[in-house]
Design a protein around this ligand. Structure first.
Ligand code: DC
Length: 512
């Protein structure tokens, strides 16, 4: 993380005369942040409206005016200038009349919307201290730090009185206090963005406190916030997490079929993601185990493929077939078929209980054996010709072990490396990531073989590995003492689920 990422959005709200401007200017200077005096922006709008004789009660005129109003805060040798529609209005916006007019003008919807847009544009990159009435509640409700600065009415009146007298204004203390009270009332009782303390704001009552003390207090909170930010976990998402080519293709085909308004079924789950399967069910695509009861309609062949007899049965029943079998799985099925037809004893490296393997095996008649590891090859009889094909999600290491053992048992060996690159790439990336982090989350269906394998390879390198299906399963305790958390996902995990997991971690990050 670089320092730029720690640049905060600091909001200071509160009634007039609470010391916001002075404190915002001092804080901005110390932090080398930009100060955004939003009150000055509203004052500039009021001044321009007044100069252009725009009646605040004339809605159309106000709207037109707001379409073209342009208020900027510019730095002139360390002093902030307020430039409105190209005119420097700094010295004209702080009179008592302008204060009261601003309070009225700032309650108008088009004015608030125009200023809010401008303020967000100025502050969203961070490194800003914004002061106003609605910064923490409306303009930047997600501000990193929110202060609500207040002081008693008398004290604020006295401060404003001293300021005006200092500028040579002819005012009495009583009328200044009354004017401050009137603005308090207007600012906090208006319908739009009324002055209100945000629930998560730090309240500071500056009555009886000198500026230095308030400043020190605020800086303490800022230091703490910056430290917390530095201490936050870094979330690293594997680049290839989620859908592989075959799964993406199958899912797309199934969702396209789902909107066709036909009787549509999938033979087994379309992919190993219960969430995708549920979504399709909601759209009317039902999962069936076999074709026994299906007499008509559309059958979608899942990405893992099905047994060859089932395709034959679907054809005999004249069902409409949408074949979403992954092209890599299809290749493995074709190799098994051609190997067995050529008289090879076929060895499929994979998990015998997995539907993909069961489908692949069916293409080789009775000449196929499934082995999970090199050791299992030892139980096979000696064969003259051995053809080897792998479940697409197998590890290369395991295929190599099986091939070595087969070399000891057969004369002629033909090997088709049908391992899908997507699986290997995900595994390599996951291994690399697992070594860099203190906690690893692997997202995907519990019935997804490749997700389980990802989780296994990660667990070998990082004991704090958790296989989850959805964000709801995350336990914040997992992140105790964690600085970097890695996230990867199986090839059948939809992007929306991965996004939810990352958002949940970020949420926990913020509340830590
Ligand atoms: O902070 P100030 O006194 O310069 O503000 C002038 C007026 O602008 C004040 O009456 C309230 C209004 N204002 C507002 O409505 N929202 C803001 N974010 C800032 C100021």
């Amino acid at each position: 993380m670089n320092e730029r990422e720690h640049r905060l959005v600091i909001a200071i709200d509160g009634p007039s005369g609470a010391g916001k401007s002075t404190l915002a200017a001092r804080l901005a200077k110390r932090l080398s942040y930009v100060q955004i005096d939003t009150g000055a922006m509203y004052r500039a709008v009021a001044f321009l409206m007044h100069s252009a004789c725009v009646d605040p009660d004339d809605t159309i005129a106000v709207e037109r005016f707001c379409e073209v109003v342009d208020v900027r805060l510019e730095d002139a040798n360390g002093v902030q200038r307020v430039v409105a529609n190209g005119q420097d209005v700094t010295s004209q916006i702080r009179t008592p009349e302008m204060s009261l007019l601003t309070s009225r003008v700032s309650a108008l919807k088009p004015v608030r919307e125009a200023m809010m847009r401008a303020q967000r544009a100025m502050g969203s990159a961070g490194g800003v201290v914004l002061e106003g009435r609605d910064i923490g509640t409306v303009v930047f409700p997600d501000a990193d730090l929110k202060f609500f600065l207040s002081a008693s009415l008398e004290e604020r009146g006295r401060r404003r009185y001293a300021e005006l007298i200092g500028k040579g204004e002819q005012v009495s203390l009583e009328e200044t206090i009354a004017a401050v009270a009137l603005r308090d009332e207007q600012d906090s009782k208006r319908d739009l963005a009324p002055l209100r303390q945000a629930d998560d704001a730090i309240a500071i009552d500056s009555s009886g406190m000198c500026i230095e003390d308030v400043l020190e207090k605020m800086e303490g909170y800022i230091r703490q916030k910056r430290q917390d930010r530095k201490n936050r976990m870094k979330v690293i998402l594997a680049k290839r997490a989620g859908f592989c080519f075959g799964v993406k293709r199958a899912t797309q085909m199934a969702f396209e079929a789902a909107v066709m308004d036909k009787k549509t079924y999938t033979l087994g789950p379309i992919i190993h993601s219960p969430q995708v399967v549920n979504k399709l069910e909601e759209m009317g695509v039902r999962v069936i185990k076999d074709l026994e009861t299906m007499e008509s309609g559309t059958i979608i062949i899942r990405s893992h493929g099905v047994a060859s007899e089932e395709i034959t049965e679907a054809m005999e029943k004249n069902l409409e077939i949408i074949d979403a079998t992954c092209p890599f799985v299809k290749k493995a099925q074709e190799h098994v078929k051609s190997l067995s037809e050529a008289g090879y004893g076929v060895v499929v490296v994979g998990d015998a209980d997995h539907p993909e393997v069961q489908g692949i095996v069916s293409y080789g008649g009775d000449k196929v054996d499934v082995v999970g590891s090199g050791d299992e090859v030892k139980k096979l009889p000696k064969m003259n010709k051995i053809g080897i094909v792998a479940q697409t999600t197998q590890s290369f290491e395991n295929l190599k072990n099986v091939v070595s053992e087969c070399l000891l048992r057969g004369g002629e060996i033909r090997v088709f490396n049908t391992i899908c690159d997507a699986t290997a790439v995900r595994q390599e990336e996951a291994k690399e990531l697992a070594c860099q982090v203190d906690c690893m989350l692997v997202v995907g269906g519990y019935n997804s073989a490749n997700t389980r394998r990802l989780s296994e390879v990660c667990a070998e390198l990082q004991t704090r590995t958790h296989h989850i299906e959805t964000a709801a399963e995350i336990d914040p305790v997992w992140f105790d003492g964690v600085e970097r958390v890695g996230v990867t996902a199986g090839a059948s995990t939809p992007k929306c689920i991965i996004d939810e997991v990352v958002s949940r971690i970020e949420e926990i990050n913020k509340s830590h």
